[in-house]
Design a protein around this ligand. Structure first.
Ligand code: SAH
Ligand code: AVI
Length: 322
């Protein structure tokens, strides 16, 4: 066995034991919770892509419209010979708009926890952009991770679209912005997508689509725990819940047990009361100003903000340094 495959096996064993530990800890907590980063195995990434096509899910449609209209302005902020590092790259569809508008981008570094999906997308990108260095990194972007050595001679810019930053608690978003400043370096540009506060009905519909794709995305977390940790969740006994918490300006997603039951997870019995929920995701909504203030508080200066015609979504450019 080669040294690379030994390292890869250890990394994957480390990841699955961290998954088991987090699941046991989250299901023992009151209220029960699981991290949204675990939504994204291959099936979860595929379901997320289906969400982005739903009529109710406006964030992708709005952000793509902003990027189509303003990618050239964003590209103008990047120095020559830049490596674009995307945090949570998914399908890389938005990065393609940046790559098309910015000849300054010499390398693209998609960073994603969904490793199989990442590999597939990197293959497609290499085919479509033969002159670009495509350097995927399978990692949890909230933790320290290694960037490819070949980036040493390039400037760095960050790309964090999708409003994925909204899936952090505000204090975690601050910690992430500080972490990104260290990764990207002095004067670097970070382009971030932010979902804006809006009418609760529009928000609620986006997370309760008529076709039930978001429900399947949420339930896939239990299916993944069954697949990878040998648990025995009966998915028909849990239901998807998503609602807007006005006070905290966030959509909350939960999985509610339809009845009292016990589930076996990693050899432990987990008790559920009727209607008891597992809190699986928060999706925080900001105003342009509230996000700008958060960024300023952690070493970034907002330099530009773009919005769609409906004012539903905002893309902001930040520069490292105050
Ligand atoms: N940037 C894309 C995808 C957003 S979905 C877009 O805007 O459409 C969120 C992405 O972040 C998923 O691909 C998911 O796998 C990844 N992700 C979520 N949490 C992560 C983490 N902690 N570390 C690395 N990637 C993560
Ligand atoms: C990735 N993230 C920004 C999405 C969101 O809107 O919070 C994940 C998602 N959850 C349900 N629908 C989409």
């Amino acid at each position: 066995m080669s040294i690379q495959s030994v390292v890869a096996r250890h990394l994957s064993e480390d990841r699955s034991s961290a998954f088991a530990r987090d699941v046991i800890e989250g299901l023992a907590a009151r209220p029960k919770r699981l991290s949204p980063k675990y939504f994204y195995d291959e099936a979860g990434s595929r379901l997320f892509e289906q969400i982005t096509e739903l009529p109710e899910y406006y964030p992708t449609r709005c952000e793509l419209a902003i990027l189509r209209a303003h990618a050239a302005d964003m590209a103008g902020l990047l120095p020559a010979q830049t490596a674009l590092i995307e945090f949570g790259s998914g399908s890389s569809k938005k990065a393609r708009l940046m790559l098309d508008a910015a000849p300054a981008i010499a390398a693209y570094v998609p960073v994603d926890i969904s490793s199989q999906w990442l590999t597939q997308e990197a293959t497609r990108l290499r085919r479509d952009y033969p002159r670009l260095a495509v350097l995927p990194v399978a990692a949890d972007f909230t933790q320290a991770f290694r960037l490819p050595r070949s980036l040493a001679t390039l400037a760095r810019a960050g790309f964090f679209p999708g409003s994925t930053i909204g899936n952090f608690e505000p204090h975690q978003a601050s910690a992430f912005l500080q972490h990104a400043a260290r990764i990207l370096g002095e004067d670097a540009i970070l382009i971030v997508g932010i979902d804006l506060v809006k009418d609760a009905e529009i928000l609620t519909a986006a997370y309760n689509d008529a076709a039930g794709v978001t429900a399947n995305f949420n339930l896939n977390l239990l299916a993944r725990i069954n697949r990878e940790l040998g648990a025995d969740f009966d998915l028909t006994t849990f239901s998807h819940q998503a609602f807007y918490n006005r006070e905290r300006r966030r959509i909350e997603m939960h999985l509610a047990s339809r009845r009292r039951q016990q589930v076996s997870v990693c050899g432990r019995m987990i008790e559920f009361g009727e209607c008891e929920t597992i809190h699986t995701e928060n999706s925080y909504k900001y105003t342009v100003e509230s996000f700008g203030a958060l960024a300023r508080g952690c070493g970034w200066t907002p330099v530009a903000a773009w919005s769609d015609v409906e004012g539903y979504f905002s893309v902001q450019a930040l520069r490292a340094g105050t």
